[in-house]
Write a protein that binds this ligand. Structure first.
Ligand SMILES: [Zn+2]
Length: 92
């Protein structure tokens, strides 16, 4: 009369739990080698930030942002105070 017997119910439950456990084990094992592109990008960004922070060591990076002056004779951008490849000396 009853479509679902207790045995069938338990069997279904065991199968579901078994498959779920299997998938979890596979995911855990594969998790170390397989990294999603988003995770990889996040990790790379974190590495870049850390490298930049570590390299500068808390110094506010005064020398990093150099003002570029456009050379009036050849049009190339040169750092302030340096000489252009054409010989023009940038002020600064
Ligand atoms: Zn120049």
């Amino acid at each position: 009369m009853m479509g679902i017997s207790l045995g069938k119910l338990i069997f279904t439950l065991v199968v579901v739990v078994g498959v779920w456990t299997l998938f979890k084990a596979i995911a855990r094992r594969g998790g170390k080698t397989h990294v999603s592109p988003a995770q990889r990008a996040a990790r790379k960004a974190e590495e870049t930030v850390r490298a930049r922070m570590g390299g500068r060591g808390g110094d506010r990076g005064g020398g990093e942002a150099m003002d570029l002056v456009r050379c009036p004779s050849c049009g190339a951008f040169t750092a302030e105070g340096s000489t252009c490849q054409c010989g023009w000396k940038a002020p600064g």
